[in-house]
Ligand binder design. Structure first.
Ligand SMILES: [Zn+2]
Ligand SMILES: [Zn+2]
Length: 403
């Protein structure tokens, strides 16, 4: 990609990249008096207002491949930041949404997926205090919420009673238009929903923490997974590999359940004590009544009773992967006599997402990623569905940019 294309895509009201960067340099050099000076400085700088045109990658029907699309990004409001997207992970949810596979969340086309986004701040609104031009920010699965309901007030925007605005395929609270995700050169997002990325982070390998990381971290926090407790991770893909790393960081005893014999050795490398194939009936029998917590990352429904049998008394099975109708077959007697719980969990709030990013940065925890170019998205989708990814594809959007 050439610089000239980037300039072209800035749209009519967007200053050239050079002048934006220059504004960032001026800001960085401004005296900081409790942050006030930089805010005043930001307000007086020429801010790119938009709306912007932006090249993105998406599809226009459930069966159509993803390809380049010209999209529109809303104008930068007082509380918004404009991100120049550098990296975006590919989550299995992206595939479900692009292919309209969630009956309860039909896809609006054109669809631009992507909710593991790392970008550099290119412009800020007049009231923005959290970021300045040149900072690195992350965006996960949400870009807005009502901000006033009891769940939002408790930092649980993902459980917003009026419905969180998801990063793609959601009505934008500001414009009413369908949100478009991070397979895109630009995003305009309220600063409240942009996560600070600590300096020195491996940006490509940090992107997947914004969905896969928080999705598996949040249940460990809620169910208070502690050292020496026994946790089983069901499915070893993007979410599963982060679950193993995050549980190992807590010094829990981790067992992986996989359908892929080729992932057994990987599970140990990632931090699991043991890995068991679903088809290993002797192994499953040996682990009966064993686990305090099971985290299921499998993105499809499957018979869950064989795993319920593995929970110890008062254990909890948390499904974070399958969002369609779950398969029946759970046996009431087994759950009652073991006082076992079946639970669901979805991503985490913004404060908790910041927490997992900081937690991982402090411990050097990152995703195992394979970088791809935007034109390889369709191949990557096929490989994710075919369980041929170790363990997250990340789209590199830095070509022609200074990452
Ligand atoms: Zn995701
Ligand atoms: Zn709310």
């Amino acid at each position: 990609m050439s610089d000239s294309r980037n300039d072209h895509d800035h749209g009519p009201t967007m200053p050239g990249r050079r002048s934006v960067l220059k504004a960032g340099v001026v800001l960085a050099a401004a005296p900081l008096v409790g942050g006030v000076a930089s805010r005043v400085e930001a307000a007086t700088k020429p801010v790119a207002n938009g709306p912007f045109t932006a090249r993105a990658y998406g599809n226009t029907s459930a069966t159509g491949p993803l390809g380049p699309l010209q999209t529109k990004r809303r104008a930068v409001g007082p509380n918004d930041v404009l991100l120049d997207v550098l990296y975006c992970g590919i989550c299995h949810s992206d595939i479900h949404q692009a292919r309209n596979e969630w009956s309860s969340l039909p896809t609006v086309y054109p669809c631009v997926p992507g909710h593991e986004i790392i970008g550099r701040v290119q412009a800020v609104g007049s009231a923005v205090t959290k970021f300045k031009v040149g900072d690195v920010g992350g965006v996960g699965c949400m870009v807005d919420s009502c901000g006033t309901c009891e769940n939002c007030l408790a930092d649980r925007e993902q459980n917003c009673l009026k419905g969180a605005t998801f990063t793609y395929n959601s009505p934008d609270r500001a414009t009413g238009e369908n949100t478009l995700g991070g397979y895109s050169e630009k995003m305009v997002v309220s600063e409240r929903f942009v996560i600070r990325i600590p300096p020195g982070a491996d940006l490509a390998a940090t992107a997947p923490l914004l969905c896969a990381g928080i999705t598996t971290f949040s249940p460990m926090q809620h169910w208070k997974l502690s050292s020496r407790q026994r946790v089983g991770v069901i499915g070893l893909g993007g979410l599963g590999h982060m679950a193993v790393k995050l549980a190992a960081a807590r010094k829990a005893e981790v067992t992986v359940f996989t359908t892929s014999p080729g992932k057994i050795a990987d599970a140990r490398r990632l931090g699991a004590q043991e890995a068991v194939l679903w088809t290993d009936t002797a192994g499953m029998k040996r682990l009966a009544n064993h686990f305090d917590l099971l985290i299921s990352t499998v993105p499809e429904s499957y018979p869950m009773q064989p795993f319920m049998d593995l929970l110890a008394l008062d254990g909890t099975f948390v499904n974070v992967g399958a969002l369609n109708q779950l398969e029946g077959g759970l046996i009431g007697m087994s759950m009652a006599f073991g006082r076992k719980s079946l639970a669901g969990s979805v991503i985490g709030g913004i404060a908790e997402t910041q927490e997992v990013i900081d937690y991982c940065a402090a411990r050097g925890i990152k995703a195992d990623v394979e970088l791809i170019r935007p034109e390889q998205i369709n191949q990557a989708y096929d490989r994710v569905v075919g369980k041929d990814v170790r363990y997250r594809f990340v789209i590199d959007l830095t070509t022609g940019k200074k990452a």
